[in-house]
Design a protein around this ligand. Structure first.
Ligand SMILES: NC(=O)c1ccc[n+]([C@@H]2O[C@H](COP(=O)([O-])OP(=O)(O)OC[C@H]3O[C@@H](n4cnc5c(N)ncnc54)[C@H](O)[C@@H]3O)[C@@H](O)[C@H]2O)c1
Length: 333
């Protein structure tokens, strides 16, 4: 349960001078996988950033003077209040319950963490004249359309509490854009991969762990299910563009190229040089046969161009996993 303790607000650098500016960006979930890359990108161009997250951010020492951390749970209104200073230009809202399985087990907690927090942040933004709000949404808002191509024109038909809470957040953003003229942008990401995903249990990290340990991997069914994998650098490109262009609306952000699970495993073999033997196990009930997306709207509205080729992108993940393994104490997994 959230507490109403006063949130702690700390400059990441002990002796730094945090700039007073009206171009501050608040990044919720800025200590997470996508958040760290977003914070780095804004800090690299000299933008002051407030990270609000349970966990401390990992910041390049060169950027420490630009980054402030508000520690606490965004479900707590006092944490949200401390996280959005008056000089904020925009909010990039990444913090959420991100696990589909956890959302199925805990639908009420997911509603609170995803929908109520988004409503609370939008309202703070309105009251403090924060003009821009970018939400991390997902293609899961449209549910399963078989082998069809997912575009923004499809109706919202989520199949899990995770998807439905993101769809509800999109509706809230739309209302705040319509009623108060805020620039609210919902970016519907496909499967994101890249350095910094070592804490995740999704398929690419599992493949990397298997490659490191020399073990094999299980493939559900025949492995022909297809997915769109987008590199975190391309996701950051889209988030920064939505912010800079004061974009409003919903756009799909993916690589625009779907591959099967077996093709992904071949690409991981190429990136790692490891054999990765596979075992086929029975298919899971309800697994989507395909995720195929159209990114033309993002190209038109955000000048978005996916740039990272899959094997090159997987190589960045492999280097990250190898570096973490080299630093881990002997015997740690
Ligand atoms: N990673 C993907 O493939 C993917 C795909 C589609 C959408 N998304 C969305 O992108 C966003 C970022 O995903 P990610 O992969 O970086 O997730 P992540 O789990 O790595 O990071 C989320 C961060 O938010 C923080 N957080 C969560 N709830 C919080 C709360 N109530 N208060 C304070 N901090 C909180 C966590 O501590 C964590 O650091 C999420 O909204 C997710 O739903 C991700």
């Amino acid at each position: 349960m959230p507490t109403s303790n006063t949130p702690s607000v700390t400059d990441v650098a002990q002796h730094s001078t945090v700039r007073s500016s009206t171009d501050r960006v608040v990044v919720t979930g800025g200590s997470g996988f996508v958040g760290r890359a977003v914070v780095r990108s804004f800090a690299e161009r000299g933008t002051p950033v407030t990270v609000v997250d349970h966990r401390p951010p990992r910041i390049d020492p060169d950027h420490a003077g630009l980054v402030t951390h508000v520690a606490g749970d965004l479900v707590d209104p006092a944490v949200r209040d401390a996280a959005v200073p008056e000089d904020t230009a925009g909010i990039i809202h990444l913090a959420a319950i991100t696990s589909v399985l956890r959302s199925v087990d805990n639908p009420v907690e997911t509603y609170t963490a995803n929908v109520e927090v988004t409503q609370g942040l939008l309202e703070l933004a309105r009251r403090r004249s924060v003009g821009r709000f970018v939400l991390a949404s997902t293609n899961a808002v449209v549910g399963d359309i078989g082998h069809g191509t997912i575009s923004e024109a499809l109706p919202l038909r989520p199949l899990t509490p995770y998807g439905s809470t993101k769809a509800a957040c999109e509706m809230l953003l739309s209302g705040y854009a319509g009623a108060y003229g805020m620039a609210t942008s919902a970016l519907r990401f496909t499967n994101i991969y890249g350095p910094g995903m070592g804490h995740k249990d999704s398929f690419i990290p599992r493949l990397m762990r298997a490659a490191l340990s020399g073990e094999g991997v299980e493939v559900y069914g025949d492995g022909a299910q297809s997915r769109d994998f987008v590199h975190v650098d391309d996701v950051v490109q889209a988030i920064v563009a939505a912010f800079d262009k004061q974009h409003s609306g919903n756009v799909i952000i993916g690589s625009g190229r779907s591959i099967s699970v077996l093709e992904l495993i071949d690409a991981v073999r190429a990136a790692t040089g490891e054999p990765l033997p596979i075992t086929h196990v029975p298919a899971k009930n309800g697994e989507m046969p395909a995720v195929i997306v159209d990114v033309d709207k993002a190209r038109a509205e955000l000048d978005y161009t996916p740039t990272v080729e899959l094997t090159d992108g997987l190589h960045t993940v492999w280097q990250d996993f190898r570096a973490a393994a080299a630093l881990a104490p002997a015997g740690a997994t």
